[in-house]
Design a protein around this ligand. Structure first.
Ligand code: HEC
Ligand code: HEC
Ligand code: HEC
Ligand code: HEC
Ligand code: HEC
Length: 421
């Protein structure tokens, strides 16, 4: 080829390429390509307009998933009286509360971006469209069967949908992901569990009635703090009587496996040792929502006569600033051994507690000074001496409270241990 011609051809190609590039960028009526942290959204331009307008319409073919969602707090997010309380959103008159409690599709705003508020069907709360709808398609992280081609929901595979990026704009206000990253559940290997392994466990039955080819699916019940069965897996409570004169260090080792010696102390005549551990939660316990509280309480039930009222030994929570008084009574003395009498009604005993701090992680920017939450895997110890009174039973309870003023009767009993004396 003539060198001049060659230069002209090269220039023409470059010009075409440049033209093509800029054309894509300035084309009107087209959503800008959303790219978050290197994630490319699928191209779904070939699909006709979606005819489905409500979550109810999905029930026809996805009955099991629909029923799970319909019983979940995602569905409840708009109708739930809790956020509507006068001192909170005042019936959603505080508009700031609407974007997460009645959101538009997340993928429409941009994968990983803060949601926007929805105008219609707010009673559906966090609906199917919130997590699945992208332009004219419903995205799924799974590969699809043949039936998908004719389905009115026009499903398209998008693997990153199963990642925390989908949940984070609404759920990472208090750094639950960072908490999880520090836990053993985030380590590659057989113990690994991500958010969906615990919050969308596999359950029996196809997600698409009669189709889809799988006989199990990911539950959409999104169990969390409102599910007693889930709460019973969240933590553990162990309590034991320690023989008189036994070094506490040995009893601590036996009960919790930890090497810790509280100043060479030995057990008294009626020493009780309690360990509370966050064994089953993939992040802090209690988690995200700052109203929650986990309490350790004891009650003495004498063989003859009336039981004592319950006494709170410890509280685990991350309080709001105006609720600092509603935290662990021992919060200021973390790491120290405390001795003080507790009296209520007829019942009294001396309590000593030591709070073993989690290893401080400088990456966790939200190590609130007032927080007494249990990090994933963390254990705390409490011990006390009962008065040498009559025989009876000591009841030790671990309670989960949706808000810090909740009575023990209304709380979920996460674990219980009774010791006879
Ligand atoms: C008339 C039946 C029908 C209706 C109505 C319907 N779908 Fe589907 N959907 C299907 C079929 C068939 C598939 C393909 C199943 C497969 O291949 O795994 C599917 C697949 C899906 C998938 C991917 C499933 C997977 O296996 O990963 C999602 C997500 C989905 N639908 C969401 C919805 C939503 C949300 C609605 C309501 C707005 C809806 N669908 C309404 C029939 C329907
Ligand atoms: C658009 C915002 C939004 C997105 C996205 C979202 N959620 Fe939620 N989620 C909420 C709201 C709001 C509630 C609580 C509603 C209420 O109780 O009033 C909630 C409740 C929950 C609960 C129940 C907690 C309880 O106390 O019972 C779990 C578990 C949960 N979400 C997990 C997830 C997971 C996992 C994802 C990602 C796959 C996700 N959510 C995506 C807004 C969202
Ligand atoms: C960034 C998203 C987002 C915004 C904005 C938001 N919420 Fe929420 N809200 C959530 C999520 C996510 C949950 C579920 C939390 C959890 O279970 O950990 C929730 C749960 C709640 C709950 C607990 C419900 C229950 O039954 O226990 C209350 C109360 C609440 N929100 C009130 C409000 C109020 C009031 C506002 C406005 C001032 C608001 N929210 C704004 C995301 C949001
Ligand atoms: C809070 C976000 C969220 C909401 C709300 C939601 N989904 Fe999903 N859905 C997901 C995620 C994430 C997956 C993929 C889970 C995985 O495989 O890891 C999924 C998976 C599915 C699947 C495939 C399930 C399987 O395992 O076979 C179907 C079908 C589906 N969703 C339909 C629906 C329908 C219908 C609704 C409303 C009734 C709905 N989803 C509401 C997040 C959501
Ligand atoms: C090993 C299992 C496990 C893993 C992994 C896990 N969680 Fe949880 N999660 C729980 C348990 C158990 C609870 C109930 C106890 C509690 O609320 O602290 C819970 C509670 C929650 C709640 C409800 C908090 C409230 O107060 O209403 C939210 C929201 C939540 N988890 C989000 C997440 C997110 C996001 C991830 C991933 C970064 C995740 N979880 C990973 C087990 C897990």
């Amino acid at each position: 080829m003539n060198p001049l011609l060659r230069v002209l051809v090269v220039l023409a190609l470059v010009g075409l390429a440049w033209f093509g590039y800029s054309r894509v960028r300035i084309e009107p009526n087209r959503e800008p390509e959303v790219v978050v942290a290197g994630v490319d959204m699928p191209v779904v331009d070939h699909l006709p307009e979606m005819q489905l307008v409500s979550s109810e319409s999905c029930a026809e073919c996805h009955q099991a998933v629909f029923d799970e969602w319909r019983g979940s707090h995602h569905w409840f997010a708009w109708l739930n009286p809790e956020p509507r309380r006068k001192e909170l959103s005042d019936n959603f008159r505080n508009k700031d509360c609407i974007p997460c409690h009645a959101p538009r599709p997340m993928l429409e705003v941009g994968f990983g971006q803060r949601p926007l508020e929805r105008e219609d069907r707010r009673e559906d709360g966090v609906n199917c469209f919130t997590c699945h709808k992208y332009q004219n398609a419903m995205l799924t992280p799974n590969g699809l069967g043949e039936g998908a081609a004719g389905a009115p929901c026009q499903p398209v595979t998008f693997e990153p949908l199963r990642e925390m990026t989908l949940c984070a704009p609404c759920h990472d206000q208090h750094k639950v992901k960072q908490d999880w990253l520090r836990s053993r559940f985030a380590v590659e290997g057989p113990d690994r569990k991500d958010c969906n392994d615990c919050h969308m466990p596999w359950v029996d039955g196809s997600s698409t009635d009669g189709q889809g080819g799988r006989d199990r699916h990911r539950s959409h019940a999104f169990h969390g703090a409102h599910d007693p069965a889930m709460l019973k897996t969240a933590g553990s409570l162990r309590a034991t009587k320690v023989a008189e004169g036994r070094p506490l260090a040995a009893a601590i080792k036996e009960l919790s496996g930890r090497d810790f010696d509280p100043g060479g102390r030995q057990a008294g005549a009626r020493t009780v040792l309690v360990e509370v551990a966050n064994t089953g939660t993939g992040h802090n316990l209690p988690a995200d929502e700052r109203h929650r509280a986990v309490d350790v309480e004891v009650r003495w039930v004498p063989a003859v006569g009336e039981a004592s009222p319950e006494l709170r030994l410890a509280r685990f929570r991350n309080p709001y600033r105006h609720e600092f008084e509603l935290v662990n009574p021992f919060k200021d003395r973390a790491g120290e051994v405390l001795t003080f009498p507790v009296r209520e009604g007829e019942f009294g005993f001396d309590t000593e507690q030591v709070r073993l701090l989690p290893v401080f992680n400088p990456e966790r920017k939200v190590f609130y000074e007032e927080s007494t939450q249990l990090a994933a895997g963390e254990s705390r110890l409490i011990w006390f001496d009962l008065p040498e009174a009559t025989s009876g039973r000591l009841e030790v309870r671990l309670y989960y409270k949706l808000q810090p003023y909740m009575s023990n009767n209304d709380a979920v009993t996460m674990a219980a241990v009774d010791l006879d004396f």
